[in-house]
Design a protein around this ligand. Structure first.
Ligand SMILES: *Cc1c(COP(=O)(O)O)cnc(C)c1O
Length: 355
């Protein structure tokens, strides 16, 4: 194993662990004892340390508040039966974070800080990784600009932080989604392929309207014609037709290149499915639902791995899908990832990293 860098640690005086009800976890509410904080100034990462989870001071002029240079990542640590802690493809998160940083004109993060920092942090708080099916420690790395300067330009100072939060399954059951034909998540030439905080801010209003209309979330379409499928909420979108796994291609650069997406497509090929990454008209999906040739439609992302869709609303009509438990591909893939992430099956593609 490669030598890991280790950073200075300031330990908490008393753990909050005993206050947490691990049988009643709400996503993103409780935070582990420690966090990682790295500070960039004068063209370099000047300090990296692990400190007790705490509030952070910012100048009211910090550029993140005004011009929105903020990006993030999300990954999970799982506990195996033997008490080992595994991460799923963390170097993919590191690479993507730096692609996001490039697009948003922010300082990139060296792999020692991102990867070794996260491993050291999780090792220190390993008692916070919950045991049991569907449970994990959610890891949230994020990068924000903190130049105290109101001129519009790329910040010269950044803070990179990692916080972690014990979680049970983010979604429960199949979701009802509406195909959005007015608002857009991302436009060609924009920042849709970056995990930028602002993309989430922009999605809240249309998502809230969909929720008021009785849907859980949206299927986003292209911003120009609302004719082509893009993503499902904050997940990538896939469906199964015959022996093909079909998903929008990343060519438009309006789609977030999901690590779950990439892994599922890899697995699908391994399982002798055809993989079709291409432009997909909304009409193709609707026609397939009408004539029954499309039986499985689902979102894919770290939060739920696979979130089955039970209902799709499009132009005032609801199209229902069959019960997820009868789907051939999606339920098999979901079980595969659950088992792999918890070390219950052989890691044939070397996707897990032991903390
Ligand atoms: C994070 C994210 C995804 C899923 O990416 P994973 O790496 O699979 O978690 C998909 N779409 C959007 C918009 C996202 O922000």
């Amino acid at each position: 194993m490669k030598h890991r860098k280790s950073f200075p640690v300031e330990l908490i005086s008393s753990s909050k662990l005993s206050n947490i009800d691990f049988n009643n976890l709400k996503f993103g509410r409780d935070f582990s004892d420690h966090m990682l904080l790295a500070e960039y100034a004068n063209g370099e990462w000047e300090s990296v340390k692990i400190i007790p989870f705490q509030d952070i001071n910012f100048s009211p002029a910090a550029s993140v508040f005004h011009y929105g240079q903020a990006i993030f990542e999300g990954l999970k640590a799982h506990k195996t039966k033997d008490g080992e802690v595994l991460l799923f493809r963390p170097e993919e998160n590191w690479k993507r974070m730096n692609l996001s940083a490039q697009r948003m004109c922010m300082a990139e993060i060296p792999s020692e800080i991102f990867l070794d920092g996260i491993l050291q942090l999780i090792d220190l708080d390993r008692n916070w990784v919950p045991e049991g099916e569907g449970k994990s420690l959610y890891v949230r790395p994020f990068l924000i600009a903190d130049d105290a300067f109101l001129g519009v330009k790329a910040s010269e100072r950044y803070k990179f932080m990692v916080i972690t939060s014990p979680a049970s399954n983010y979604y429960s059951g199949a979701v009802s989604v509406k195909v959005e034909t007015k608002f857009s998540r991302a436009a060609a030439g924009g920042v849709g392929a970056a995990k930028a905080a602002g993309n989430y801010a922009a999605s809240l209003f249309p998502a809230q309207k969909a929720q008021k209309a009785g849907y859980d979330q949206l299927i986003w379409t292209d911003s120009k014609e609302h004719k082509y499928l893009e993503e499902s909420g904050t997940m990538n979108l896939m469906f199964v037709r015959g022996n093909s796994i079909v998903t929008p291609s990343l060519d438009s650069s309006t789609i977030l290149p999901g690590i779950t997406r990439k892994s599922i497509l890899h697995l699908a090929k391994e399982w002798a499915y055809q993989v079709e990454e291409r432009q997909i008209e909304v009409a193709e999906l609707i026609d397939g639902l009408k004539d029954g040739s499309i039986e499985e439609v689902f979102g894919v992302g770290t939060a739920a791995t696979i979130a089955p869709i039970a209902n799709i609303g499009y132009e005032d009509t609801d199209y229902k899908l069959s019960d997820f438990t009868n789907w051939k591909f999606a339920s098999k893939a979901k079980n595969y990832f659950e088992d792999l992430k918890r070390g219950e099956i052989e890691d044939q593609f070397n996707w897990t990293v032991k903390v």
